[in-house]
Design a protein around this ligand. Structure first.
Ligand code: 5GP
Length: 202
């Protein structure tokens, strides 16, 4: 399981699209949200758009792996899709904010946590304005949110600076590949080594 977080406007969406189109081994989790649909979005593609009541029912029914409230809206990861894709052997990417990421870290200590930032806060502001889908009020709220979020960066495994899209995709792929060799992710194989060695009778 790979968690990718970053300030709103860091370019996560574009990065995810590239990772999925450039490499076969990834599946992107589609979240559930109670926020309104933006122009150009479709239900079941960017998100499953639901009402606050429907979202709360999903929490109660235990259907979400994690959930959080962000800028006044609920966001959460549906459990079933992630579990199916993990069983198929895919690396499942969760593009979620920090509170959800911390819940995943607790539940799945082997999940890889990446944080993406733009090269500067001035650049972040520029990107949010350029998006053209947000009001000034929402942009302000998202920048205020960034102030809170920055405190969580220390809890992630890697920080990636999204300065150049091609470079950033390659860097992220490199990190993901290398992380598979970390000792904590090889416990099944290490256990096998122990078992085989124990069988030797000298
Ligand atoms: P946006 O409204 O711009 O699509 O997303 C706002 C924030 O919610 C982003 O930081 C995004 O990563 C986060 N987010 C999207 N889906 C989920 C989710 O399932 N769980 C959590 N905790 N955050 C999410």
């Amino acid at each position: 399981m790979i968690v990718i977080s970053g300030f709103s406007g860091a370019g996560k969406g574009t990065l995810m699209k590239r990772l999925l189109s450039d490499y076969d081994e990834f599946a992107l989790s589609i979240s559930m949200t109670s926020r309104g649909m933006r122009e150009g979005e479709a239900n079941g593609r960017e998100y499953f758009f639901v009402s606050r009541e429907e979202f709360e029912a999903a929490i109660k029914a235990g259907k979400l792996l994690e959930h959080a409230e962000y800028c006044g809206n609920y966001y959460g990861t549906p459990k079933e899709y992630v579990e199916t894709k993990l069983k198929e052997g895919k690396n499942v990417i969760l593009e979620i904010e920090v509170q959800g990421a911390m819940q995943i870290r607790k539940k799945f200590p082997k999940a890889l946590l990446l944080y993406v930032t733009p090269p500067s806060i001035a650049e972040l502001e520029k990107r949010l304005k350029k998006r053209g889908t947000e009001t000034d009020e929402v942009i302000k709220r998202r920048l205020t949110q960034a102030k809170t979020e920055v405190d969580f960066v220390d809890d992630y495994d890697y920080l990636v600076i999204n300065d150049d899209l091609d470079e950033c995709v390659k860097e992220m792929y490199g990190i993901i590949c290398a992380s598979a060799f970390e000792i904590k992710r090889q416990d099944a194989f290490i256990y096998e080594l122990h078992t085989e060695l124990d069988k030797l009778n000298f």
